[in-house]
Design a protein around this ligand. Structure first.
Ligand code: HEM
Length: 132
């Protein structure tokens, strides 16, 4: 947050824009640093389904004080994935940027809309994703 806040001041952009861009910027760095967590997956949906039960579990083993968010998944269709995101940090705009970073990485577009948001008083943030 220190890096992102400084950036908003320097560039005159909103916190939402900065968090989104920072997420998109971060994903390729994560994928480069931890290739074994990403390369087993051939498409973005299978990878995203592994983030809660695999990626962030490994992160917790490496960094004991890390507090990755909670995800709950629903699969209403083969080409869709609903991710319910909860975190006391309320970083859903960072999450959106990460999703864009995943689409870039797999060279496979992901359309998504956020159907609920804790910043608007909802209990969780819900992302409804459609894969091509
Ligand atoms: C190889 C891939 C990934 C790695 C290594 C990784 C690692 C991490 C790490 C180290 C943190 C910081 C935790 C802390 O300091 O408490 C974090 C936070 C976070 N990660 Fe991941 N992550 C990956 C992929 C993803 C993806 C694809 C998403 C979203 C779809 C995601 C969503 C988030 C969010 C939203 C946070 C912010 C923490 C919060 O909301 O409270 N991550 N991740």
């Amino acid at each position: 947050m220190a890096v992102v806040t400084k950036t908003t001041e320097k560039l005159g952009i909103t916190l939402t824009e900065a968090l989104h861009s920072f997420g998109r910027f971060c994903f390729p760095k994560f994928a480069k640093k931890y290739p074994n967590l990403v390369t087993p997956y051939k498409n973005p949906k299978e990878f995203l389904k592994s983030v809660h039960s695999m990626v962030h579990i490994e992160v917790k083993k490496l960094y004991r004080d890390a507090e990755p968010p909670d995800f709950f998944y629903k699969e209403p269709a083969d080409n869709r994935l609903i991710i319910e995101y909860s975190s006391k940090r309320k970083l859903c705009h960072f999450m959106e940027g990460l999703i864009d970073g995943v689409a870039d990485y797999f060279k496979s577009p992901i359309k998504y809309k956020q159907t609920s948001c804790t910043l608007n008083g909802n209990k969780t943030c819900e992302f409804d994703l459609t894969f091509s």
